[in-house]
Design a protein around this ligand. Structure first.
Ligand code: HEC
Length: 407
């Protein structure tokens, strides 16, 4: 079988695993958060039990009791919840490699932003994912850790800063995907580096007959609450690369900021409901407002810096509206665009030379002066006249600039 077919099926298999493990992880996370909030005190609870809940599912009734800190004795068999999270992260990284690293020139690098070499882009991609965790973990462990609201706000600022930062470096599509991976890395690291190790300390204490310190459980609970508020935005960001209005629009990073807020408003509704408090219906009003704001932002211009879809300036409109323009466009598309494109077709030219992209009317108008200098007044371009521009075509470029470009 052809390698290309196997590669495609491998990519599908990884995606399949990733989606399934993510469902398992988020499903169990939602389940436990709801369970926790629904726990109730009841007479006759065993010693050290914090609360209980009755549930009905799949043909039977469940009577669940939560022991805060720990039960008196360690039961023989304990079910841990960690592989859901780890396998989601591992399969996610595999997908990042297959799609964004292996095809970095298509999906990761945007020469109009930063003309990175593939290895440089991969290095930034890999390192940036871990950095978020380091910063976040320091924040949690600092004195701010005692103030959950400030902590949440700082986490939000960090995420928005990252959204903006990624957008300066990568394609819009890769920027939002990396933001999702950055956030998910924090979530998995919370499980792997804090929640599970703390739980292990408690288990070890119980085995050794020591009284476990309640501090460990509290820390784990805070991290798990952060994870809860981050789940919905991460899923949105992972899906966003199917929607150009989100990732390829100019304010994609601001849209991401609104999505993080929506994650909070939606979760707040369900968390309050599960705690059996009056339903905060206002959160849906806030969610819809945020959603509409995101939709509106998505129509305020496109990504590409060179041709950002914003209205032409008067000077540019004059250049595009000029009588020579149709012919100018033909000349540029025929003699220049094979190299000066977002994805150049000329062998050996990987990215638009000097970040000059000449593909759309707006781009041609924006570079009118340089076109005039490089190909009209002089024969600097095309290099060695590789694309055989004719003298009368150069004359036309000059005439165009003379009539519409000066002034
Ligand atoms: C074979 C590929 C190729 C073609 C075709 C080509 N260019 Fe270029 N262009 C280049 C390269 C390479 C550079 C960078 C040159 C350098 O190193 O300074 C460049 C640079 C430029 C620059 C920036 C110059 C500067 O120093 O800022 C402009 C403007 C430009 N080209 C316009 C054009 C125009 C207009 C055409 C068509 C008439 C054209 N080019 C055709 C490869 C090409």
């Amino acid at each position: 079988m052809e390698a290309i077919i196997l590669h495609d099926w491998a990519a599908l298999a990884i995606r399949w695993v990733h989606v399934v493990t993510a469902i398992a992880w988020i499903g169990s996370s939602f389940y436990f958060i709801a369970l926790d909030l629904g726990l109730q005190k009841a007479p006759g609870l065993p010693d050290k039990a914090h609360g209980e809940e009755w549930q009905v599912h799949g043909g039977g009734f469940y009577h669940i009791t939560k022991y805060l800190v720990a039960p008196e004795r360690l039961p023989e068999h304990l079910t841990w919840f960690k592989w859901e999270s780890y396998s989601t992260w591992l399969s996610g990284v595999a997908m990042l490699m297959v799609l964004y690293w292996a095809q970095s020139e298509l999906y990761l690098i945007d020469p109009a932003k930063l003309a990175l070499a593939p290895w440089g882009a991969m290095l930034i991609s890999a390192l940036s994912l871990g950095v978020g965790w380091v910063i976040y973990d320091r924040l949690c462990k600092s004195r701010l850790g005692e103030n959950p609201t400030t902590l949440m706000l700082l986490l939000f600022v960090l995420l928005v800063a990252m959204a903006w930062g990624y957008d300066q470096v990568f394609t819009g599509r890769a920027a939002l995907l990396h933001l999702g991976a950055f956030t998910a890395t924090i979530m998995t690291a919370n499980v792997a580096m804090i929640i599970i190790p703390n739980q292990r300390i408690v288990v070890a204490d119980l085995k050794a007959g020591r009284t476990p310190d309640p501090r460990y459980g509290k820390i784990a609970k805070l991290r798990s609450t952060h994870n809860n508020y981050l789940t919905l935005p991460v899923v949105f960001l992972m899906l966003s690369n199917h929607y150009p209005l989100v990732f390829a629009s100019r304010w994609n990073w601001l849209i991401a900021a609104l999505v993080f807020l929506m994650g909070v408003t939606i979760r707040h509704f369900f968390n309050t409901m599960h705690a059996r408090k009056p339903a905060p219906w206002w959160t849906w009003g806030a969610t819809v407002a945020l959603f509409l704001a995101a939709a509106w932002l998505s129509a305020q211009g496109t990504q590409r810096l060179d041709d950002d879809g914003t209205a032409l300036t008067t000077a540019e409109a004059r250049l595009v509206g000029d009588a020579h323009f149709d012919e100018v466009r033909d000349i540029v598309l025929g003699r220049c665009s094979m190299c000066h494109a977002a994805e150049p077709g000329w062998p050996g030219i990987a990215t638009a030379p000097k970040r000059v992209v000449l593909e759309t009317d707006a781009q041609i108008a924006r570079h009118a002066r340089e076109i005039f200098l490089q190909a009209g007044l002089t024969d600097a371009m095309p290099p060695a006249n590789v694309s055989f521009i004719e003298p009368q075509e150069r004359a036309l470029l000059r005439a165009w600039f003379d009539s519409a470009g000066r002034g």
